[in-house]
Design a binder for this molecule. Structure first.
Ligand SMILES: [Zn+2]
Length: 283
């Protein structure tokens, strides 16, 4: 049986001081004394020291951020906010708050992308053999399809959403966001005309996916000319109406606008084929 590690009085006082007054973490202390973290924890309990909760630890992390180091990382070393968040173990907003507090301008999305694109470490050269492989369009398509398939995995989707959120690129902050358009899209997709259009296409194709030629999978109606393009054209034609203030008028016009309801523009696809064949960006 391993003998209990003995601390003398001074050492115990030292540990207590480090933990309480200097606000060092258990990890720090355990590394300092080269002793297991659990042992430190037990000793502190024996000394009637109240251990900090996770939330308290977080607050201490926040307080202990070395501002000079943070500035150096962000301004000189051009590290991303995302990376700094990981390094300093605080929320994204905290990093931003501190930088703004030091009068440092936060890079916008475009600046960040440009920076990332041109940083030497991220700009890897393609080898000759890789270039040759990638010149084959079939292989390129295969890779791209596999990438699209990842979006069917809810875990992957969740993870990417988190990243987009951290980069402040969701919803109205998305680079492709247009005011009110998504509401309009939703409203049109919920029209009875839309449901009728789908059914007509499914019936014409006999409920068979036109890509894998199988029946019985969940079906979607694919727009050969994309719905976003149609919507753009529609809004261009009726540009005297605003997608925000004149929603009702636009919906009434949409019901009668033929290009939306062209059965020839539709094609029956199962969900999986629809995603892999036609998705160019995550939904
Ligand atoms: Zn299919």
């Amino acid at each position: 049986m391993p003998s209990k590690i003995k601390f003398d009085r001074n050492q115990l006082e030292n540990i207590k001081d480090l933990y309480i007054n200097q606000e060092k973490t258990l990890k720090y202390i355990s590394l300092l004394f080269n002793i297991d973290r659990g042992v430190i924890k037990r000793r502190l309990k024996e000394l009637n020291v109240k251990l900090r909760t996770a939330k308290e630890t977080k607050n201490i992390n926040r307080k202990n951020i070395d501002k000079r180091l943070l500035k150096d990382f962000y301004v000189n070393k051009k590290k991303s906010l995302l990376m700094l968040r990981k390094k300093f173990k605080v929320r994204f907003g905290v990093i931003k708050e501190i930088l703004i507090g030091m009068d440092i301008k936060i890079r916008n999305q475009q600046q960040a992308t440009d920076l990332f694109r041109y940083l030497p470490s991220t700009h890897k050269k393609q080898s000759k053999s890789l270039k040759k492989t990638l010149s084959n369009s079939n292989i390129r398509k295969k890779i791209s399809n596999e990438r699209k398939l990842r979006w069917l995995n809810p875990k992957y989707k969740q993870k990417m959403h988190k990243i987009f959120k951290a980069l402040n690129r969701t919803g109205s902050k998305h680079p492709r966001y247009i005011d009110g358009r998504s509401d309009l899209r939703f409203l049109i997709h919920n029209l009875s005309e839309y449901k009728q259009w789908r059914i007509e296409i499914f019936e014409r194709d006999d409920f068979i996916c036109q890509i894998c030629n199988k029946r019985g999978n969940k079906l979607e109606a694919h727009h050969k000319k994309s719905f976003s393009k149609l919507l753009s054209e529609f809004l261009k034609e009726y540009n005297q109406f605003s997608p925000i203030e004149d929603k009702e008028t636009l919906i009434r016009l949409a019901m009668k606008w033929k290009p939306f309801w062209e059965v020839d523009n539709g094609m029956t696809c199962c969900v999986k084929c629809h995603k892999t064949e036609f998705t160019t960006r995550p939904k």
